[in-house]
Each structure stands twice: as C-alpha cells, then as structure tokens.
Design a protein around this ligand. Structure first.
Ligand SMILES: Cc1cc2nc3c(=O)[nH]c(=O)nc-3n(C[C@H](O)[C@H](O)[C@H](O)COP(=O)(O)OP(=O)(O)OC[C@H]3O[C@@H](n4cnc5c(N)ncnc54)[C@H](O)[C@@H]3O)c2cc1C
Length: 294
C-alpha cells in the first residue's frame, strides 16, 4: 500500500515548525516516530498535503526533573524513557508501562509526544498520564498552554490540541512518599495493544496500615483512558487486605461501562478490569510498603 501524495518539510527549529503549522492549518500533520502516522497514510486513513517532520528539532528531545514532575520532551523515544535512570527513580509507573508499548523496533522510533498526541484508547502512555494526574504542554505560534491530562483526551484518536499546536512536552508528576504503583494489562500477545490495561497508584497513611489515596486508570475500555473514581473513593481509609482489593474489583466492574469490538466483548473487558484492579492494587500497596521500609 502506498500513501497519498504529500509534500515533505523538515524544519530545524521549533519556531520554524510552529510557523509552518500556523500557515498550513489542517493541511499539515506533524511526523514524529511515524509508527502510527505512516501506517495511517498507507491505509489512506490520513491524507495530509504536507508532513512537518519533527525529527531534526533537537530542543524537543530530553528528560528533565523539574519542580515536582518529570518533564519528558515530545520527541523523546520510548526506548530512551525505558533506559532512563531518572524515569526508573522518579516515575516507576512510566518505567513499567513503557515496556508494553509494541516491540523494541517500535519503541526505538516511537515518541512520547506522538503517543500522547495520537491518543489511541488502548495506548499505555495516555493511561499512565491520567493515572498520575499529569499534564501536556502545547505550543503554537501564539504561545503555550498546559492542559491537565483529564481534559486533554476527548475521544478515540481525538484531543483538545488544535491543528496548529504541537505537543512539546509531557509532565509526569512525582508521587508523594509512601506511594506505590503498578501497571498491568491483558493483550493477546506481548506487544499487541491492550484489551484492558490498568495503572494503579496507592498512597499509604503515615503508619502504613491504611490507604490514604488510590487511583485507578484504565485503558482499552473506552474512547479515552478512564479513572474509576467511585472505586477510588471507596478505597480511602481501607486496610491493606485481600478483602479490600476484592471489594475494589467489584466496584470497578460496577462502575466501568466498557465497549465491545472485534477484539473483545464488553462483558469480558468488565471482568478483566476487575481482575486487574485486584492484582494491581495489591502490588502497588506492597511496593508502597517496601518503599517505606527501605
Ligand atoms: C505493530 C505496532 C504495534 C504497536 N503497539 C503499540 C502498543 O502496544 N502501545 C502503544 O501505545 N502504541 C503502540 N504502537 C504505536 C506506537 O507507540 C507509536 O509510536 C505511537 O502511537 C505514536 O508515536 P510516533 O512517535 O510514532 O507518532 P507518529 O506516528 O509520527 O504520529 C502519530 C500522530 O500524532 C501526531 N503527532 C506526533 N507528534 C506530535 C506532536 N509532538 N505534537 C502534535 N501532534 C503530534 C501525528 O501528526 C500523528 O497524527 C504500535 C505501533 C505498531 C506499528
């Protein structure tokens, strides 16, 4: 399959790329790792007249620890995140989830900004960002805005970013002490998109006996990542015990309203979401305790 005809541009700076997008509007599409855009071009699901290749823009690459969050610039490859000591130390949920993104060659080319901008409902990074209450930095020729993760994803492959805006960086907040995280998912084969995935965050009370705060972010169950807010609220103040995790699983099944498609039925997704919630909460709580005892 061949893509439709397009003009190719490769700006050397962010300013140049933003100027191109401002002038071209809907006609243009940014090209990052190409791992989703190129198949979409080949299948004629995307028909931009101009591709704006971001790969020569050095200022869009890198990982920085800022005031309370890890700032991953848009063109940082998945593989760089996977190998980053800062990510391993400050953002274990991201470090764990990134290994589920496709296969090594895909992670070597694919970018963090591309994953977030593409907004596939079964992709890991949007789910991680929503679990962490992170944010997305958007830039256009008119300036910058920072959009909370909960407002960024609108629907399947749709975000609030306008055609002339680039994702320039993604902010992953560093969690409070006494926190543990876990990423789990079910896919037909390792590297496939998840049928259901979960990012769990558990923060323990000072004495480590009860749950102070819990977050459950699901992918693959809806057009965007979804938080199970009622289940989260019910977890606060509960002891670290198998009954707590089982009750949370039941609450998740009650709360989520998954979709059916050719890959799995809604009933299957609902059941699996409960199983993953139970396991991920136990694991995240155990990791939080281990962190407190270190
Ligand atoms: C076989 C296969 C399996 C895969 N499995 C998974 C998986 O399990 N999990 C997963 O998460 N992903 C998976 N992917 C997708 C992969 O992670 C992609 O890399 C990712 O979705 C998009 O990143 P990219 O850098 O390749 O973006 P591109 O493909 O270059 O772009 C994707 C979209 O985002 C836009 N875009 C890119 N960068 C920006 C930016 N900075 N600002 C604004 N818009 C931008 C593009 O215009 C395009 O619309 C898979 C891909 C393949 C081919």
């Amino acid at each position: 399959m061949k893509p439709p005809r397009f003009r190719y541009t490769a700006p050397e700076s962010l300013e140049e790329a933003l100027a191109l997008l401002a002038d071209l509007g809907d006609e243009a599409k940014p090209l990052a790792g190409g791992q989703s855009l190129v198949p979409m071009l080949n299948m004629r699901l995307a028909r931009p007249s101009v591709l704006v290749d971001l790969n020569r823009i050095a200022e869009l690459d890198g990982i920085e620890l800022e005031n309370g969050f890890l700032r991953v610039k848009a063109m940082t490859r998945h593989r760089a995140v996977e190998r980053s000591p800062s990510v391993a130390q400050y953002q274990p949920l991201l470090a764990e989830a990134i290994r589920y993104v496709g296969h090594l060659p895909i992670r070597t080319r694919g970018t963090v900004g591309g994953s977030i901008a593409h907004a596939d409902p079964a992709a890991e990074l949007p789910g991680v960002l929503v679990a962490l209450d992170g944010a997305v930095e958007l830039r256009s020729r008119n300036g910058q805005r920072v959009v909370p993760a909960g407002e960024f994803f609108v629907d399947l492959l749709t975000t609030v970013a306008a055609a002339d805006e680039l994702v320039t960086a993604v902010r992953f907040p560093v969690l409070p002490t006494r926190s543990g995280t876990a990423w789990l998912e079910v896919a037909r084969r390792h590297g496939d998109y998840a049928l259901v995935g979960i990012g769990a965050v558990v923060t323990l009370s000072d004495d480590g006996r009860t749950i102070e705060d819990a977050r459950l972010s699901f992918i693959g169950v809806s057009g965007t990542p979804v938080r199970a807010r009622s289940a989260e609220a019910a977890l606060r103040g509960q002891p670290l015990a198998p009954e707590t995790w089982r009750a949370a699983a039941a609450a998740v099944r009650e709360e989520l309203d998954p979709t059916s498609d050719i890959h799995a039925s809604a009933a299957y997704r609902r059941f699996v979401a409960g199983v993953l919630a139970e396991r991920a909460l136990a694991l995240a709580a155990q990791r939080a305790l281990e962190g407190m005892n270190r």
